[in-house]
Design a binder for this molecule. Sequence first.
Ligand code: G3P
Ligand code: MG
Length: 281
Amino acid sequence: MNPAQSSSVNWPYPTLFAHRGGGVLAPENTLAAMKVGHAHGFAAVEFDVKLSGDSVAILMHDSTLERTTSGRGPVAAKTIAELEQLDAGSWFGDAFRAEPIPHFSAVARYLHGLGLMANVEIKPCPGRDADTGRIVAELCLELWADRLVKPLITSFSVDALLAARHAAPGLPMGLLVKVPGAEHLPVLDALNAVSIHCHQQHITADLVRLFHGHEYRVLAYTVNEAERVSDLLAMGVDGMFTDRLELMARQFPGYLADANKPMSDPMADDIDWLSVVPPMP
Ligand code: G3P
Ligand code: MG
């Protein structure tokens, strides 16, 4: 068994995660998005983190600014002072005008205030994999130091994950892939990972069985149809990322905050059976 899967690492996350904070209801990767995810009853959010040109961790999906901000050009070409001037809300709608690109540290504090769990996806700008992995992992250690539930760190970049693992040996980590297969098992082992996160379209019951057989959780992105959620649940998929917050909250209310569900029962190993006092008759 993978050491990271031992009894000391629990699986505290719910089945459904709000993708990029607020799915289709708010500008992605902003504080406003986190608020919307929380308002819809989600206990966990996923978001993307990368570095400004001067190495400050911010939330942003793309490596260029055009799609989701008022800026232009590569994120990595801008200082944090320049990024702070941009509007990351107006592209989505007037109600979100002047919503800033958030610092990762501000998001962490905001999530703590709301009591939200996090999947921190490390999304490096081109060529910045190791630096981004290291800096984001160090920040996770610091920002969640006094939190019981740690963030689940993920990335498509193995180099980013290796750097993150080196910086934070104890944090739960997942590998993002498009098409999962047995070839990912040695990578998961090398990363000391707890989960594999796959494109929902490529998940089958056999693959779930394969990864569960090796004690790895299986998560699916991005699942926006209720029927597919049901199918994936039936296969035993452990988690899903969704953009359709209203639909999922309505159809699957029991999966928004169902923490601590077993794959194998990770809690059982934590119990010191010799000190368990039998109940009084
Ligand atoms: O982490 C799941 C999902 O967010 C991965 O894809 O491109 O939406 O970050 P993307
Ligand atoms: Mg993502």
